[in-house]
Design a protein around this ligand. Structure first.
Ligand code: C2E
Ligand code: CA
Ligand code: CA
Ligand code: CA
Length: 279
């Protein structure tokens, strides 16, 4: 038993070692990527569930790795948060999203909101608000066209500070969305504490609606609660017509998911966007 324990320990520590080395490698490569701006934003439509028109989009970052091709955010965002590189990356994301939004607005788009994911680590940085203001000014963007998506897991430990910042952003005109709603431990107290306008039901709940009774009950409960609190509800991860039809029946406001479109590069997004606007 003792020997077994020891070999397990070795396995564990080798695995840990491998992961630490891998993280260091990614962090090093990220430093270069940030210098070269080797990133792109893809856009996924958010659709009004009744009219089925595109009313917004979520910007999702991808790393354009010179050797490995496109790397998905699940493989580097957390590392960027741990190393602090999220400050620079987040600024690039916000700047690039605002530039893109301006292009689409100049092409005649209106009634459109661009959703940008905001890592709570960025709120911790004292420069955050001044950087945001600089980018808005440079691109002549009204914050009312931007929605900031925040997850509970990334939220600040300093809740007073977070509240102050979120109230400020809200007063400034940004819409605030609580992302991955229902997956955290304290989704409800976050909704109560912070000035959110919108909740995004996590895709794990959408998967089973209409088949799995637990998911259906949860989604119904979230929807009725949101209606009472006058929050807009976006269902994410909508993949099938059945899910869409059922969410519509339940009174969900918006849907986002592969059923409509995967996240796509800006040019491809613009094609469906302008087709949806003027048809
Ligand atoms: P998220 O904010 O919850 O983004 C939604 C994720 O679900 C995206 O994955 C999207 O491609 C995926 N998705 C959309 N529709 C469907 C569907 O119908 N079915 C399924 N199975 N998946 C769907 P992605 O782009 O890989 O992003 C993963 C996560 O990385 C995001 O989750 C977000 O937490 C983070 N992330 C992405 N872009 C950014 C960013 O610009 N800034 C920050 N801070 N985080 C980001
Ligand atoms: Ca999101
Ligand atoms: Ca989400
Ligand atoms: Ca997520």
């Amino acid at each position: 038993a003792k020997e077994q324990g020891r070999s397990r320990y070795h396995l564990f520590s080798n695995e840990m070692h491998r992961r630490i080395v891998e993280r260091h490698r990614i962090a090093d490569e990220l430093r270069v990527a940030l210098q070269n701006e080797d990133f792109v934003l893809h856009y996924q439509p958010q659709v009004d569930i009744v009219s089925e028109k595109i009313v917004g989009a979520e910007a999702l970052v991808r790393w354009k790795h010179p050797q490995k091709g496109l790397i998905m955010p699940g493989n580097f965002i957390e590392i960027a948060e741990e190393t602090g590189q999220i400050q620079q990356l987040g600024e690039w994301i916000f700047k690039t999203a605002c530039k893109q939004l301006k292009i689409w607005l100049n092409q005649g788009l209106d009634d459109f909101k661009l959703a940008i994911n905001l890592s709570a680590h960025r709120l911790e940085h004292s420069d955050f608000l001044s950087k945001v203001e600089k980018i808005l000014l440079l691109n002549n963007i009204n914050p009312q066209q931007i929605e900031l998506e925040l997850t509970e897991s990334g939220m600040l430990r300093d809740t007073e500070k977070a509240l102050e910042l979120l109230n400020h952003l809200k007063l400034r005109g940004f819409a605030l969305a609580m992302d991955d709603f229902g997956t955290g431990y304290s989704s409800l107290s976050y909704l109560k504490r912070y000035p959110f306008d919108q909740v995004k039901i996590d895709k794990s709940f959408i998967k089973g609606i209409n088949q799995n009774n637990d998911d259906t009950v949860l989604v119904k409960t979230i929807l009725s609660m949101a209606q009472h609190l006058k929050l807009t509800v976006v269902a994410e991860g909508v993949e099938t017509y059945e899910q869409l039809a059922y969410l519509r029946e339940l009174g969900c406001d918006r849907a986002q998911g592969f059923y409509f479109s995967r996240p796509v590069p800006p040019d491809e997004f613009a094609e469906s966007l302008f087709a949806s606007q003027f048809n």
